[in-house]
Design a protein around this ligand. Structure first.
Ligand code: NCD
Ligand code: ZN
Ligand code: ZN
Length: 429
């Protein structure tokens, strides 16, 4: 199978550490088939899928249901198990069952999974820390948000900016700080999802400086859109956490440049057209599609000189592979790596078009955005899943669970003797 790659770049495929494929439970929004087809078209060779499905991925039974749905996958995948107050006794069984990491909802979002009290989060961290698996956090403070939303609703606010007002940066910053303290105490590895504000960067930087194993991601919408877009995009732009003022965007770019932010993930969160287009911001579902638009949008930034191509590859492939224990099988082009490849054409000009996305819930605030730079071929473990810009439909079902690919290294626990908890204990003796 010869392809002409002259004038193009061959990169390790993107690894998106944050997607919602909705299956089982909300298959009118997305399925494993449509979600991973969209990934293949977007140059993404591995995805990490979130547990806010129905049933939520908090038991081995629910995990097995999801793994059944995932048999349709075009690309490789990891599954996040839920870390909640009700399923602390299930966490080790979930590891045994093949999850790639855990997800804890500290704040309310789509699916309405309850945010565990801090005591339960601590216990969950202690259990998972023994196995070295990373815990991803939706770091928003549920209590602050609930009180603010209630007041805004009582005052009759239902305009797009009401959503931004319900979730000021302190909501996220408080949760990031708390999560970092719990991780420091327990030795848990954590990952901060969708960093949206400049304020979160301080606790992030401080935790990293203290030696906490903490990684963080931001998403294309926080880097490329700002609060001015609410006027035009209205409820379509509603996402948790919200797209914020330009000053936050500037700080996020600086954090991308200085390495405080490790990854760019998409938070691919598809909803139906009706669910995204409502007059009332509160009844509009949060989030939008992203797995297929990340690469053209971000390569446009590379072409414009805002991000080096090597940094782009680090943030979208190498860093997630390392953080979730997949490196060097994934995230690299080394002897022994899987041939997870994307061929990109930096000269190719396209326009984001909802109608052309393979995702079911294809509404996006980026509709109409011009892009320069696009994936043209995607290969997963040596097999084309997208070729010459077209989905290879025969590759449906080629995707594998990363925890089940032979010889994929399993995470090693950290040395728990160096955690705050262990030091305090030792000093007491
Ligand atoms: C996500 C979803 O729809 O599942 N929505 C969102 O606004 N980001 C959930 C989440 O990541 O918070
Ligand atoms: Zn979230
Ligand atoms: Zn999400």
């Amino acid at each position: 199978e010869v392809v002409d790659a002259s004038g193009k770049y061959i990169l390790p495929g993107a690894i998106d550490a944050h997607v919602h494929f909705r299956d089982p439970g909300y298959t009118h929004k997305e399925t494993w088939e449509t979600g991973t087809a969209s990934a293949a078209m977007g140059g993404v060779t591995t995805v990490f899928e979130m547990p806010n499905t129905n049933p939520p991925t908090g038991t081995v039974e629910a995990l097995n249901l999801k793994l059944k749905s995932a048999e349709q996958a075009y690309v490789d995948f990891g599954i996040y198990g839920l870390l909640g107050e009700e399923n602390l006794t299930e966490l080790e069984a979930l590891i045994e069952g093949g999850v790639a990491g855990f997800k804890c909802f500290m704040g309310n979002t789509f699916g309405n999974l309850p945010s565990p009290p801090t005591g339960a989060i601590l216990e969950g961290f202690e259990i998972v820390a023994k196995h070295g698996y990373r815990i991803a956090l939706h770091a928003e403070n549920a209590s602050i948000m609930a009180r603010r939303s209630k007041k805004l609703k009582e005052a009759g606010r239902c305009d797009p900016l009401a959503h931004l007002d319900a979730r000021p940066p302190v909501v996220a910053t408080e949760a990031v700080s708390r999560a970092a303290i719990l991780a420091e105490w327990t030795g848990a590895r954590i990952h901060i999802l969708h960093v949206s504000s400049g304020d979160e960067l301080r606790p992030l930087r401080e935790a990293k400086a203290r030696g906490v194993d903490i990684t963080a991601e931001t998403c294309p919408h926080y880097l490329l859109l700002d609060e001015r877009a609410y006027t035009e995009k209205k409820s379509l732009i509603r996402v948790n956490p919200p797209v914020r003022e330009k000053t936050h965007q500037d700080q996020l770019w600086a954090a991308v440049q200085d390495g405080t932010i490790d990854m760019i993930a998409t938070d691919h969160a598809p909803h139906s057209h009706e669910e995204k287009h409502k007059d009332d911001i509160w009844t509009t579902d949060c989030g939008f599609t992203g797995v297929q638009t990340q690469m053209p949008l971000m390569l446009t930034q590379v072409g414009a000189g805002r991000l080096a191509l090597t940094d782009y590859v680090r943030m979208t492939s190498l860093a997630p592979a390392k953080a979730f224990g997949l490196y060097p099988r994934k995230g690299a082009l080394l002897p022994g790596s899987d041939a997870d490849l994307v061929v990109i054409d930096m000269e190719r000009e396209t326009q984001v078009d909802s109608a052309k996305l393979k995702s079911k819930g294809s509404s996006t605030p980026f509709h109409g955005h011009a892009a320069k730079g696009a994936p043209v071929h995607t290969l997963v473990r040596g097999r084309f899943v997208m070729r010459d810009g077209a989905l290879v439909t025969e590759a449906k079902g080629h995707g594998r669970n990363v925890r089940r690919i032979q010889q994929m290294p399993t995470p090693k626990p950290r040395n728990v003797e160096t955690t705050t908890a262990a030091i305090v204990k030792k000093n007491r003796r």
